[in-house]
Design a protein around this ligand. Structure first.
Ligand code: SF4
Length: 395
């Protein structure tokens, strides 16, 4: 479980390698037109060059920052990977495997899926995956549609059984939207319990195309998380939430410079690269990573095929600090906010245009901080039973 140990130097690399999907989540990060795109977004002839350039980028990142990464977390996102043909996936997995061999570090590879592709087809593709990777190195990110949980539950259960055969780690994600039904939370928690899945995440996937439909209601976001948490087993994703809220203190005296001390680490330890090789910042919140990419209204920082890619990328530290400072100075609501220290520490206000409206902040982290004591008591109760039962690292 090295990859969960925050004391080792980890690089998290989120790669956009699929945008097609048969799912219909309202809070999906992808517009419909991209979901309908069935062809691989990186053509097979370009895969080798793509991974070669990423490899170079990592070496340069280590050189420039004088940091050696002990562990690599590679997440293949955003859509369905098991839509691709066996022929394509064979080359795709082979190239990724070669990339890991050349990088020669410990790693974990996570792959996203909707769980809605026919089971027999997926199983053939999982066998191909296992030609190159051991179960121990693999995590599946199964995006469950909580809105349609009733309709898909049987399928999710069948697919989960299959995924447990091939992946050591299973993370269940649910895209948040304002119509998520609280009545399915118990049923969903029972499904997690039955499969002893300790990791679920509510995803904050607010993009320009889904803003009106998602329409963040922080209280509902909290209510759904809280309902599931009460009944579900709990693992390292919840540990992230717990750790974050434990760090929260009502500290409003810090200067903006003190609050953004973490920006260098944010830029150096995590990034998002799309299928064209465009590089973007990635911020890590208690709910998981949020890509500051085009669909969220951000511009690329650089491209892995540019000669100056690493210098331009590292320069984004300065830009991020400047942007956060400007946001702070122009947002009275932030200056007065009780949660600002933690919020600026993870650079969340960089997205403030999405959740501050007419001087009111609808940031979904707020109810988590407000309910700190109550949430911690739930975690403590869970610690006694199953929480982190096989997580032997020193926290
Ligand atoms: S929670 Fe909202 S108001 Fe508070 S610092 Fe963050 S963005 Fe600003």
């Amino acid at each position: 479980m090295d990859f969960m140990n925050k004391k080792i130097n980890r690089l998290k690399l989120v790669l956009e390698t699929s945008t097609s999907c048969v799912g219909t989540c309202v809070g999906c990060a992808l517009p419909v037109v991209e979901r309908l795109q069935q062809k691989p977004i990186i053509e097979k002839e370009n895969l080798q060059k793509y991974f070669q350039k990423i490899e170079e980028f990592i070496w340069n990142l280590e050189k420039k920052t004088e940091k050696i990464f002990d562990f690599l977390i590679v997440e293949l996102v955003v859509g369905e990977h098991f839509n691709y043909s066996q022929e394509y996936l064979n080359i795709f997995f082979q190239e990724i495997h070669q990339f890991f061999q050349k990088i020669n570090k410990k790693y974990i590879l996570a792959i996203s899926t909707s769980g809605l592709v026919a089971k027999n087809k997926v199983e053939e593709k999982l066998k191909i995956l296992h030609r190159f990777f051991d179960k121990e190195q693999l995590e599946v990110h199964l995006v469950c549609n909580l809105n349609k949980f009733n309709q898909y539950e049987k399928t999710y259960r069948e697919m989960t059984k299959l995924f447990q055969k091939y992946f050591k780690y299973i993370n269940i994600l649910t895209n948040f939207d304002n119509q998520l039904p609280t009545q399915y939370c118990d049923q969903f928690a029972k499904y997690l319990q039955d499969f002893e899945i300790t990791d679920f995440q509510l995803v904050y996937g607010l993009k320009q195309h889904n803003q009106d439909d998602v329409n963040y209601n922080p209280n509902l976001f909290y209510e759904i998380y809280h309902k599931i948490l009460q009944y579900a087993p709990s693992g390292y994703r919840q540990r992230d939430v717990q750790e974050e809220i434990e760090k929260f203190e009502n500290n409003t005296d810090k200067s903006i410079q003190e609050m953004i001390v973490n920006v260098d680490n944010i830029v150096e330890n995590q990034l998002f690269i799309n299928s064209f090789g465009d590089v973007f910042n990635l911020i890590q919140t208690m709910f998981g990573g949020i890509e500051l990419e085009t669909r969220a209204g951000f511009q690329k920082i650089t491209n892995i095929f540019d000669n100056e890619a690493i210098n331009t990328y590292l320069n984004s530290k300065k830009i991020m600090k400047k942007t956060l400072t400007k946001k702070y100075l122009s947002q009275e609501v932030c200056q007065k906010c009780l949660y600002k220290e933690r919020c600026y520490n993870v650079a969340l206000p960089i997205l403030s245009e999405n959740f501050i409206h007419e001087g009111i902040c609808y940031n979904p982290v707020i109810p988590f901080y407000k309910n700190k004591e109550h949430l911690i008591s739930i975690y403590q109760e869970k610690n006694k039973n199953n929480f982190l039962k096989d997580w032997k690292i020193d926290l």
